[in-house]
Design a protein around this ligand. Structure first.
Ligand SMILES: C[S@@+](CC[C@H](N)C(=O)[O-])C[C@H]1O[C@@H](n2cnc3c(N)ncnc32)[C@H](O)[C@@H]1O
Length: 256
């Protein structure tokens, strides 16, 4: 992969992404599984959700795929010796293999992909007939000002702008239909996370702000500090700071 575009830090993400982890684990727990499925985790990040899925598939396997070399290195370092788990550093839009999957999951990843239709098309190809897909896509963030549009930061982010491509159920549904998926269920899911203090919020933000803004580390830290200050001002407290939002949950099947 092209290292120059890797704005993720797998080690840091693993230490400061427990809210994402808990959301992913909740979905993994809720899946009805036979235990022998071949699964694909798209945008597997540090691999913690990938491994939770593998534990539910004692006679199956999971391939964790991620575009970030740093994330894949972290996943392999932590979980490289688990027999039914493997990791690959690749792009879901172009990833090709002869293997076909019973299940594809993806958490917190599609909203970082501009060509979501291309990604869905490739997942469709990678699934076996009758295979299932469960994807959660960021749709809306609340709980502080939108600095991406602020006078201070907007000029520094251009021409890239923010690397965040939120989704709506209507557009998600249309894309899945265009790919040929059936049994489509696309809906919003509300989410709230509370950070005990400003430092906890800052630490979580720094898991994705460097990627989202494309800013060098020191500027990304200033951006995150501004986000924390804005949230504190808006909510009128510096403890138990809320970050609200919603995701689009898309569930679909490849026809038999
Ligand atoms: C916020 S992390 C989510 C990690 C994990 N799924 C979780 O929920 O904690 C988003 C991941 O998506 C990956 N990603 C973004 N675009 C991708 C693409 N086109 N193909 C594969 N992975 C991609 C990033 O490299 C990053 O590791």
């Amino acid at each position: 992969m092209n290292k120059s575009i890797d704005t993720w830090n797998g080690q840091y993400y693993k230490q400061h992404s427990d809210s994402q982890l808990q959301r992913g684990l909740g979905t993994i727990e809720s899946l009805t599984l036979h235990g022998d499925e071949a699964a694909l985790d798209v945008g597997c990040g540090d691999g913690r959700i990938t491994v939770a899925l593998a534990k539910r598939l004692p006679h199956g396997s999971v391939l964790g795929l991620d575009l970030s070399e740093s994330m894949i290195n972290e996943a392999k370092k932590s979980f490289g010796d688990i027999p039914n788990v493997s990791f690959v550093n690749d792009n879901i839009i172009t990833f090709a293999t002869d293997k076909r999957f019973d299940l594809a999951v993806s958490f917190g990843t599609f909203h970082w992909i501009s060509d979501q239709l291309g990604a869905f098309k490739n997942i469709f190809t990678l699934l076996k007939p009758g295979g299932r897909m469960v994807v959660k896509i960021g749709a809306e963030r609340r709980g502080g000002p939108n600095l991406f549009e602020s006078a201070k930061w907007k000029p520094l982010l251009e021409p890239k702008g923010q690397r965040w491509f939120p989704q709506t159920p209507e557009k998600g549904q249309a894309m899945l239909e265009a790919c040929g998926f059936t049994a489509i269920d696309v809906r919003y899911e509300e989410r709230t996370t509370t950070y005990s203090n400003q430092e906890a919020l800052f630490d979580w933000l720094m898991g994705w702000v460097p990627h989202s803004t494309g800013l060098p580390l020191e500027q990304a830290q200033e951006f995150a500090r501004d986000m924390v200050a804005g949230a504190v001002k808006e909510q009128g407290r510096s403890e138990n700071i809320e970050q609200n939002g919603r995701a689009v949950v898309a569930i679909a099947r490849k026809p038999v």
